[in-house]
Ligand binder design. Structure first.
Ligand code: ARG
Length: 452
């Protein structure tokens, strides 16, 4: 394609080293989509005769057909997806030699990648919506199920399992918004930026942008061929999403252990051990947690590639795709499998409550009860703390204390305390906006449904 300036052929080793076909061939259909818009524009502006543009477009359609049927086998000798398609087009239709008018591979690759990214991200958005709706259904399904809530991995206060699922709804909804942002940031059309400075030819950038359903053409040709921010936006979304997944998985893995034993994972999502017949392992959750590192690695990979890179295009940028594909594949598969698994997670409430009743998770409830009786919170905290210490020493739980024992330790207390000493009452009474109270969870489920 550029042999005019060269005397000798490129060394084989250099061909191998510089080609990107194995990475970028998967964008072939998007590349043709971009070329069709470009050639339509060349026809409409008079840079090509209408019938020339038509013939090239027809040729591109033929190449597309051959790609879809697997008839067209690209060659690494032709370096990348763009050159392969153009060369094959020109074999089919000699006018193909006019296609690259007012275009460089620098604006072309940016266009093709944005189109490809847009397709994948839109699909991912649908997948993420399913995950979000599963979380809402789980919240509804488990609204009345009580589990211990933890801070520092220590039993803290009882919560509704529905509230727990909605916590993940919040996190994944923020991811959803980050994904929408990534979609928005990619949706400007690079075509016409040329190699870096635009074109001397009278092209119509608005037209290609509209044909490809971008929001607008990019505003600065230098930035257009140098920019990969839209990819970093995706990677950031993907990384935060995977961090959320890894934390959720870790909770479920922990709660599925014999020691906690208050969630039940569906058999079909677990694996056995080749040696230990009794095992039912949460491998899906472990793998999802384990894949997080790659996705974060891909963000860092691109950031490091971009760091200190001079304005404008540098060949380093060709390395921007491998990690992107890896993250796409990983995130898509994780979204899918997590939606299917979460739908079938059950909670063993008796087991969850058994753990709670042994503990002192209602201590704050008692302190707050004292506040209502006029005791300053710090003082109430101290009194209930002392009583808890005494109970631990004497191996007795709050629910085992008689009223006179309560009174002995905390004179301000009255009979009403007995009524608040149930985990269900405790959850029920945490009725502040965003709290775990059943009616609050109900309210948040409604809000979540409206958001979807
Ligand atoms: N395969 C290249 C890439 O993905 C296309 C752009 C090549 N441009 C160039 N000036 N050598 O970045």
């Amino acid at each position: 394609m550029w042999h005019g300036r060269f005397k000798g052929d490129m060394a084989e080793s250099v061909k191998d080293f510089t080609q990107s076909l194995d990475i970028d061939w998967r964008m072939a259909e998007c590349d043709i989509q971009g070329s069709i818009a470009h050639v339509k524009m060349l026809g409409s502006t008079g840079l090509l005769k209408i019938d020339e543009a038509k013939k090239i477009e027809l040729g591109l359609q033929k190449v597309l057909e051959e790609i879809k049927t697997g008839k067209f086998i690209p060659s690494k000798d032709l370096e990348d997806v763009h050159m392969n398609i153009e060369a094959h087009l020109t074999e089919i239709e000699p006018l193909g030699a006019k296609l690259h008018t007012a275009r460089s591979r620098n604006d072309q690759v940016a266009t093709t990648t944005r189109l490809y990214l847009r397709e994948r991200l839109k699909k991912l958005k649908d997948g993420l919506k399913i995950l979000l709706s599963v979380l809402i259904s789980n919240a509804q399904r488990h609204i009345n199920v009580i589990i211990p809530g933890y801070t520092h991995m220590q039993q803290a206060q009882p919560i509704s399992m529905g509230h727990y699922w909605l916590a993940w709804f919040e996190a994944f909804y923020r991811d959803y918004e980050r994904l929408e942002f990534a979609l928005k940031s990619l949706n400007e059309c690079p075509l016409g930026a040329g190699a870096l400075a635009g074109s001397t030819l009278p092209i119509d950038r608005e037209m290609t942008s509209e044909l490809l359903e971008f929001d607008c053409p990019t505003r600065n040709s230098l930035d257009t061929v140098a920019n990969r921010d839209y990819m970093t936006d995706y990677h950031y979304f993907a990384s935060v999403f995977m961090i959320h997944v890894s934390r959720l998985c870790n909770d479920l893995i922990t709660w599925n252990t014999q020691e906690f034993a208050f969630i039940i994972l569906p058999d079909e999502f677990c694996t056995g051990s080749s040696m230990m017949p009794q095992k039912k392992n949460p491998d899906v959750l472990e793998l999802a947690r384990g894949k997080t590192g790659q996705v974060i690695g891909n963000l860092i990979d691109l950031l490091v590639t971009l760091k200190g890179l001079p304005m404008t295009y540098n060949r380093d940028l060709q390395e921007d795709k491998r990690g992107l594909w890896n993250s796409f594949d990983t995130v898509e598969s994780v979204v899918k499998i997590m939606s299917a698994l979460l739908e079938k997670v059950d909670v063993d409430e008796n087991s969850a409550l058994a753990g709670l009743e042994k503990g002192y998770s209602l201590a704050t409830d008692v302190a707050e009860y004292l506040v209502l009786k006029g005791v300053p919170f710090r003082e109430a905290h101290l009194k209930v703390g002392r009583l808890t210490g005494w109970c631990i020493e004497n191996k007795i739980s709050f629910s085992d204390l008689t009223f006179s024992q309560w009174k002995e330790h905390i004179p301000e207390i009255d009979e009403g305390v007995i009524k608040i000493l149930s985990v269900r009452e405790s959850v029920n009474r945490r009725n502040t906006y965003g709290g775990t109270g059943f009616s609050q969870v109900e309210r948040q489920i409604k809000i979540a449904r409206e958001k979807l």
